[in-house]
Design a protein around this ligand. Structure first.
Ligand SMILES: CC(C)(COP(=O)(O)OP(=O)(O)OC[C@H]1O[C@@H](n2cnc3c(N)ncnc32)[C@H](O)[C@@H]1OP(=O)(O)O)[C@@H](O)C(=O)NCCC(=O)NCCS
Length: 201
């Protein structure tokens, strides 16, 4: 049976943080890698649930929420909002050096203190960006396509011209999925790619 797709409800934050961690190692479970199980979600989920203009959709099955897609139409506005409203309290809660230097946690802490910003030439053409994660029980049955299509349709309906995303090179499955969904590589780094596509109007 297909997952049901609907808007995120405010009491579902914890399950989205859990899904983020359970898929956080290039699509695989990252639970064993982090001392603090909330850190990944604080970067890749939390701000999307608070930013006023974000779109947050979830996929549910008989056992509850099992996947999400999170998107913002204006990445530059989102980054400015995070700098004002999201990062300051996290920086106090997680000072640099809070975790051992080579730990996965400390890599995320460094990111919280110096978040990368999307390249100007990418956001000019593809101003929106997204994150999508499904638990294994939802994967491979068309629900990723349905969730992503729902987000792309919503963004196209409000006139957004294009969207981009970041993906780890190690996540070959997701790269194949994004290609199939019409995304192409627009920037390439040692460990990650930026992929993007235009939206139809
Ligand atoms: C990546 C992910 C979102 C894809 O969702 P999914 O539900 O598994 O994918 P779907 O079943 O909806 O596949 C949609 C289409 O993509 C195709 N596809 C999926 N993976 C593919 C791959 N690796 N290579 C080529 N095509 C692929 C499917 O065949 C399908 O094609 P069709 O609809 O034309 O028949 C999901 O597997 C997931 O959440 N993985 C773990 C978390 C993750 O890696 N997130 C991305 C982080 S950047």
């Amino acid at each position: 049976m297909n997952a049901k797709i609907r808007t995120y409800q405010p009491d579902e934050e914890q399950v989205l943080y859990d899904i983020c961690l359970l898929t956080g190692d290039s699509g695989n479970d990252a639970t064993g890698q982090y001392l603090d199980p909330r850190l990944l979600g604080e970067v890749y989920v939390g701000p999307y649930l608070r930013f006023p203009a974000a779109l947050a959709l979830v996929g549910t099955d008989e056992d509850g929420v099992a996947g999400y897609v999170l998107g913002v139409q204006d990445t530059v506005a989102f980054e400015r909002w995070c700098e004002r409203e999201w990062w300051p309290s996290l920086r106090s809660r997680y000072p640099l050096g809070a975790f051992p230097p080579e730990s996965a946690d400390e890599r995320i802490v460094r990111l919280i203190h110096s978040p990368p910003t999307a390249p100007p030439d990418v956001v000019e053409r593809y101003p929106a960006h997204l994150h999508i994660d499904l638990l294994p029980r939802l994967q491979g049955q068309g629900d990723g396509r349905r969730l992503l299509t729902a987000l792309l349709d919503d963004l196209a309906a409000i006139g957004v011209p294009g969207i981009h995303l970041g993906v780890a090179r190690a996540n070959e499955r997701a790269i194949g999925f994004y290609r199939r969904m019409g995304f192409t590589e627009v920037q390439s780094f040692a460990h990650s790619l930026v992929m993007a596509r235009l939206l139809m109007h």
